[in-house]
Write a protein that binds this ligand. Sequence first.
Ligand SMILES: Cc1ncc(C[n+]2csc(CCOP(=O)(O)OP(=O)(O)O)c2C)c(N)n1
Ligand SMILES: [Mg+2]
Length: 283
Amino acid sequence: MCGAMWLRPLTTCKAKSGAATLNAKLSQISPASFETEIRQELLLKKLMDALSAGLYVSDEEIQRAYREQVERAKIRYLQLPRARFAAEAEAQAGWPRPGFAWVTRRLQEVIDESTIVVNEYPIDRRHLAFDRPGAFFGQPHSSGLGWALPAALGIKLGAPDRTVIAALGDGAYLFNEPVACHLAARQQGLPVLTVIYNNQQWEAVKQSTLAVHPDGHAQASGRFPLTSLGPAPRYEEIVRAFDGHGERVETPAEVGPALRRALAAVREGRQAVVNVLCGRARD
Ligand SMILES: Cc1ncc(C[n+]2csc(CCOP(=O)(O)OP(=O)(O)O)c2C)c(N)n1
Ligand SMILES: [Mg+2]
């Protein structure tokens, strides 16, 4: 078994020596989105059940279980309450700062059939629906943070006629080595739009702490060491050093227009960054 501390409260089963090794990240098992819900069931229910029964889970079995899961997910997908999700996102219009769902809905409005979206965490798929293959790429579980922007550049290289948008958390943006990415983008002529969901923190790390110690000192004191990324740097200025278009957005009303201006720049051949100061919750 993986020794990751956040897995301990979730399972007490022991694998036989030589049995399959399971290494699940919190991002795979927290039901933050529809997609992770599928993985949650697959990873925690099927694999844990199998492991606790002392069975070896073959790759074929995992693949078959995954395919079954996808078929069931397709049915559930068609039954999703889209109108409710939309209403939840639109209700964020009156927030002092944009909400994550609001930003994603505005993104939905500017994508067209040529757009490919690459997501390193912030997009909740309830608010961004695709009905064509190859339009959305999420972080593979083989990677750590730092995948999305280079991946977006590679996608643009392979599909120069497509509009490519990378959606990143602020922490993820830092992990992506943005200076190197913006340099490579200019050098290779790869105009990509990066949207930073900037909540000025590694919120996932904070949530991991709460998941393991829901009533712990951090929760009681409201202090979560090593999770703050504030005060927010002017990330939008980094891309300007590479002749790109950079914007900072702080209110819900500004998000849509800023995305449109940034996409206009991208279509003229300039890379762009929209740094949105936003949050999952209102406060
Ligand atoms: C290389 C690497 N280090 C650490 C992690 C653990 N990790 C998962 S999400 C996350 C924070 C992401 O921060 P951000 O992109 O700002 O997203 P937020 O949770 O704030 O929405 C971290 C550090 C990781 N996935 N990969
Ligand atoms: Mg963040």
